[in-house]
Design a protein around this ligand. Structure first.
Ligand SMILES: [Zn+2]
Length: 294
C-alpha cells in the first residue's frame, strides 16, 4: 500500500474512533473496535490477543494497548512518556519492525488504555519517538515535538514538565472519565441522564488537593449542567448521598431548566455505582459538603 493511501486510511480510522468515543462518553467497547469495516472490508482496529495491531499492508503500527492496573500504568514513567516494551521475539522483525517504522516515518498511532475489561479509552495521536534496544523498549509520546528533542531520557526541566502536563490532560483525565462513567453505568448520579457524550467525571475533592486523586471513589458521573452546578456550589451532595440545591437558587423563579433541571433535584437520592468499591468516598463527600453549606 502506498504511504499516502495508508495515511489517509489512518486519518479516517482515527476520525471514526474519535466520533464513537465521543458518543459513548470517551471510550469504545472491544466489539466496536473488532468489527470496524471500511471500504467494504473488515479492518479490526485492535488485536485483542496481542495488544498491538499491525494490519497487513500497513507499513507501520496502527494501535497499541496499554493495560492500566491502577490510576497510573506502570509503563508510564514519571517523565510523562510511555515506555513500551518490545514485543516478544526478534527485535528487528514483525511487530517491533513496524513500531520502528512508525518512529522513522513519524506516522501517528492510537494508544488504547484498557481501564475496565472490554473497554478502551483512545489516546491519539501518539508517536513513537525513540528506541532503546538496550532496554528493549520504545518511547511513546503524546506530542510529535518529542521526536525532535534528542535523547528523551535526558529532557530539560521545561520539556519534562510539559510531558507530565500532557500525560495528565490527555491520558489520565480521559482514563478517569472512563472508569467513573462505567462505574455509574453511564448515567448522571443526580438526574440519571444516559447520554455518554453529555456526561463528565467530576472530582469530589478537586485535583491539586491532597485527597484529589483521579480514582473512582473521588469521582461522580455528572451531566454537564450538574457538573457545572456542583463546581459552582449551586448543587451539593451530602455524605449520606443526598442531593441539595443552594437556598438562593431554590427561591429563584425562571424557566424549565431551573425548575426541572435543578430545583426538583433537591432532596433526591444519589444514583450510586453498581459496585460498592466504586461508591463515592464519604470522607471526601464530607470535605466537599462542608464547602457547599458554608
Ligand atoms: Zn444530571
Amino acid at each position: 500500500m502506498e504511504l499516502e493511501v495508508e495515511s489517509a486510511l489512518r486519518i479516517a480510522i482515527m476520525d471514526w474512533v474519535r466520533q464513537r468515543a465521543e458518543a459513548n462518553g470517551g471510550f469504545l467497547h472491544r466489539q466496536e473496535l473488532l468489527s470496524f469495516r471500511i471500504d467494504g472490508r473488515d479492518l479490526p482496529i485492535i488485536d485483542f490477543s496481542r495488544g498491538i495491531r499491525n494490519p497487513a499492508g500497513f507499513s507501520s503500527t496502527l494501535s497499541i494497548v496499554s493495560t492500566a492496573n491502577g490510576p497510573y500504568d506502570d509503563a508510564e514513567s514519571e517523565d510523562g512518556l510511555l515506555h513500551y516494551a518490545y514485543r516478544k521475539g526478534d527485535p528487528w522483525t514483525g511487530d517491533n519492525r513496524k513500531l520502528r517504522a512508525a518512529m522513522e516515518t513519524g506516522q501517528p498511532l492510537i494508544l488504547f488504555r484498557k481501564e475496565v475489561p472490554n473497554f478502551y479509552t483512545p489516546v491519539m495521536p501518539v508517536y513513537v519517538v525513540d528506541d532503546y534496544p538496550e532496554e528493549r523498549s520504545f518511547i511513546i509520546a503524546l506530542d510529535e515535538a518529542f521526536r525532535f528533542m534528542g535523547d528523551v531520557r535526558r529532557l530539560e526541566e521545561p520539556q519534562r514538565e510539559y510531558a507530565v502536563r500532557l500525560a495528565k490532560q490527555r491520558l489520565h483525565q480521559p482514563a478517569f472519565r472512563t472508569r467513573v462513567l462505567l462505574a455509574y453505568a453511564t448515567r448522571c448520579a443526580v438526574c440519571t441522564l444516559r447520554h455518554g457524550s453529555l456526561l463528565d467525571a467530576a472530582h469530589i475533592v478537586p485535583d491539586g488537593e491532597p485527597l484529589g486523586t483521579p480514582t473512582t471513589p473521588n469521582g461522580l458521573a455528572l451531566c454537564k449542567i450538574h457538573h457545572a452546578a456542583y463546581d459552582q456550589n449551586m448543587l451539593g451532595i451530602s455524605p449520606d448521598y443526598r442531593v441539595a440545591i443552594n437556598r438562593d437558587l431554590l427561591e429563584e423563579v425562571d424557566g424549565p431548566m431551573l425548575k426541572h433541571g435543578l430545583q426538583e433535584m433537591h432532596g433526591r437520592a444519589l444514583t450510586l455505582p453498581r459496585h460498592r468499591t466504586d461508591y463515592p468516598d464519604r470522607d471526601r463527600l464530607a470535605w466537599r459538603w462542608e464547602r457547599f453549606v458554608r
